[in-house]
Ligand binder design. Sequence first.
Ligand SMILES: [Zn+2]
Length: 61
Amino acid sequence: MIRCPETGRAIPTDMKTDRETFRCSAVFFARTYCKICRISHEWFAKEAWVHEPTEELRKAS
Ligand SMILES: [Zn+2]
């Protein structure tokens, strides 16, 4: 996920990457189409995060 610089809302990057791969690509640069602004935002991997909704549940159990 990345944070939309215009609205501050989280938007999906539509990239399927696991956390370890993501972490190793610190200088990774990409462009994602923002459906909110209807333009493409450029972003760096360090500004983005991997959305893993079940991670906290796994840790707790
Ligand atoms: Zn946007």
